[in-house]
Design a protein around this ligand. Sequence first.
Ligand SMILES: [Zn+2]
Length: 144
Amino acid sequence: MYCYPVAPPNESEWSELRSRARSATQRSYAPYSGVRVGAAGLSDNGTVVEGSNIENASYGLTLCAECSLVSDLVRTGGGRLVAISIVAGDHAPISPCGRCRQVLYEHGGAELLLDAGEGLAPKRLAELLPDAFGPEDLPTRKDS
Ligand SMILES: [Zn+2]
């Protein structure tokens, strides 16, 4: 059983994460899709990190808000993500894409909590990425 170094967010703290994620949508660069995305996450050292999507004319090189958030996490000293709110420009929660589920797993693990919206129970990352492959799998899969 995973133990949180810090308590999971209460409703007030979820509200703060949601608000910061909504604010981060204003700093996104989304001229192609028109879908602005912002994310705010709480790390186990109490730091709140943020990210915004950054699109690219090549489309495939677009950085999702979650990638931007993980960059902010590592850049500001790291820690493990405990909770994250991801919203679109309409301020409603938006689900992370497949790549970002894997990126979030690396920095938050199966117990990372994802905001489902006001009054709704957050989801565990394990629900979105069951049977995930992670850093703990590498030592057991190396050739001698
Ligand atoms: Zn993504």
